[in-house]
Design a protein around this ligand. Structure first.
Ligand SMILES: [Zn+2]
Length: 593
């Protein structure tokens, strides 16, 4: 047994989750109103037997570790650490290497934050001017405190000396990214000087880095050499692809409101957070990364980008948007009036901001509007370019109904027959090179029909061992289609080896999709079958299995009939005979089912 299993075996998911939310017991099941989405009925279920949870409302699910990750917004290792303590288990050091202790680097960043904060609030001419500036930008004193804004020193070594007096070594301060080596190589200088300071915090609220804004032209007259914004470098505790400005201050609002607003500037995030729409973070000038999207996804799947009209069409933003699409997020764009940022807009009139937010467009509609706006309908080359730009995006949509919806819009707007666009779409590559075949519509239908059938069968098998044994004995692997097939295969292997499914979730090396399916169907099994008598369950089971077998055979027969037609056309008599024989065999089998 590895230590993850050991920790889980020493804990009860019911007890752990009960520390966070109010679980009500019905039979063997525990239910609650889901903490991850807003709801009136309890669709959140926990299984004591399988030590997993699943919400039928928002589709979140997992084991005790994923619950903690999700609820606290922390990483797998962080959750594991907390649970290990509760289970009284000492976690092994990874691969014999002692994990480096970065606590002093965190301390240095914390002290620097305090230093900058103090500078901003001390009663001096400079700090007064900076506060005036912030007030003019409509940043309240409460926000200054909450977001821990600060002011860096006027001289080249103020912070450096301060930290040295606190007994920190220069290597440590260098490692924290707060000082730079002097050009002549002798000694160090502060990285930040005469700047407005914005601390960046990790998901646990620890300051890990800073971004800063120049004050030249505002407080100081001199020209700024470093540029408008200067940021901490990447350090051992700061990975910029993982941090969202404001996240740990606003994450709970994001969860409550079920969407996140992403703005570009730090000050925009602060000003927006002072309104009713406090579920906001900032990405400063960079594209959203996959790590950031995954972090957001733990809280919500709905993102609204509030970007300046020009930037919304930029490559960086488009990259972020396509990553969001890949993660199947719902993305909207709020287009700001040219040259305005959210802070200015709110300063003028809050209601305008709310109105724009309400009118934000699904990303696809936004791109359509944007690209079509520039098209001169009297020019063929314009139409061609618009189609070339939009079809790869349409192609990316997974849903064929959505695809048709946008093709129709395109057809109307550009006055191009729909069938031509459909044909073009077939030959278009998705801009993300998504695997998609032309049979997708047909396959989707087939899957829909099979979905409920296979899901019902599997959920009963996960509910009671006797059905699982019947399933394995009676149903060949090929009868279960993807995406359930690979899970079923692992179940067969696991069950054959252990004669049970204990610790299946940890030991079977499931991929994300298999794991999700296993959890969802296990909980579904308990939910649907707990109040059903053994006899009824048995009857249901037999009906479902019959249907599955018949469906499988029908499918096989359809394929053979297609082949037969081909053989007839190409006059392959021998093959024809063989196929007719096979079809007859299948017909016999269908009769027997
Ligand atoms: Zn939920």
């Amino acid at each position: 047994m590895n230590y993850i299993e050991e920790i889980k075996n020493n804990l009860d998911i019911i007890e752990i989750i009960s520390n966070y939310i109010d679980l009500k017991q019905t039979g063997n099941n525990f239910r609650a109103r889901c903490p991850f989405h807003n709801e009136k009925t309890a669709s959140f279920m926990v299984s004591r037997e399988k030590q997993i949870f699943h919400c039928f409302g928002c589709d979140k699910g997992g084991d005790v570790i994923s619950f903690l990750q999700e609820y606290e917004g922390i990483s797998f290792n962080e959750a594991l650490k907390i649970l290990a303590e509760k289970a009284n288990i000492v976690l092994p050091e990874y691969s014999g290497k002692r994990k480096e202790d970065y606590s002093r680097i965190y301390e240095i960043n914390k002290l620097a934050t305090e230093f900058y904060k103090k500078k901003l609030t001390e009663n001096k001419e400079i700090s007064k001017k900076v506060l005036e500036y912030l007030t003019k930008r409509k940043i309240t004193l409460e926000s200054i405190r909450k977001w821990q804004l600060g002011l860096s020193g006027e001289f080249w070594d103020e912070l450096y000396n301060y930290l040295k007096n606190k007994k920190y070594q220069e290597e440590e301060v260098l490692k924290a990214g707060l000082i730079l080596k002097k050009r002549d190589g002798k000694g160090y200088v502060d990285r930040f000087r005469k700047r407005l300071m914005f601390p960046l915090m990790d998901t646990q609220g620890r300051v890990v880095a800073f971004t800063s804004r120049t004050l030249s032209g505002i407080v100081y007259d001199e020209e700024e050499r470093g540029g408008k914004y200067v940021n901490s470098p990447q350090t051992v505790i700061y990975d910029k692809s993982k941090i969202l400005y404001g996240w740990c201050l606003t994450k709970n609002f994001i969860r409550q409101k079920k969407y996140i607003i992403i703005v570009e500037g730090n000050m925009d995030a602060i000003v927006v957070s002072q309104t009713k729409t406090n579920n906001v973070v900032a990405v400063s000038g960079t594209a959203l990364t996959t790590d950031q999207i995954k972090l957001i996804k733990r809280y919500t799947e709905n993102i609204i980008f509030a970007f300046d009209g020009d930037n919304a069409g930029s490559r960086a933003v488009f990259r972020g948007i396509s990553l969001g699409w890949k993660e199947e997020m719902n993305l909207k764009v709020l287009v700001l009036p040219k040259g305005k940022d959210p802070a200015e807009l709110i300063k003028e009139n809050k209601d305008n901001w709310y109105k724009l937010l309400k009118n934000s467009l699904p990303v696809m509609d936004y791109y359509f509007q944007r690209i079509l706006a520039g098209v001169d309908l009297s020019r063929a080359d314009h139409k061609k370019i618009a189609v070339q730009k939009l079809l790869p995006i349409v192609k990316f949509l997974k849903n064929s109904i959505e695809q048709i919806h946008y093709l129709k819009i395109l057809s109307n707007k550009l006055d191009i027959p729909l069938n031509i666009l459909e044909k073009d779409l077939e030959n278009t590559k998705s801009f993300l090179d998504n695997k998609q075949n032309n049979n997708s519509i047909y396959n989707d239908k087939r899957k829909e029909i099979n979905r409920s059938l296979i899901e019902k069968i599997l959920s009963i098998s996960f509910f009671k061992k006797e059905f699982l044994e019947k399933l394995i004995a009676d149903i060949e692997l090929d009868m279960i289609i993807e995406p359930w097939k690979s899970l079923y295969e692992k179940i067969i292997i696991y069950y054959t080896k252990y004669q049970n499914l204990n610790n299946f979730i940890d030991k079977a090396e499931l991929n994300e999709e298999e794991r999700k399916t296993w959890i969802e169907l296990s909980i579904l099994g308990e939910k649907d079958n707990i109040n059903i008598t053994d006899k009824d369950l048995q009857n249901n089971w037999e009906l479902l299995i019959k249907k599955l077998k018949k469906d499988y055979l029908d499918n096989q027969r359809d394929k053979l009939i297609k082949e037969l037609k081909q053989a007839e056309i190409s006059h392959k008599k021998e093959l024809e005979n063989k196929l007719v024989h096979k079809i007859n065999l299948i017909n016999n089998k269908i009769q027997k089912v």
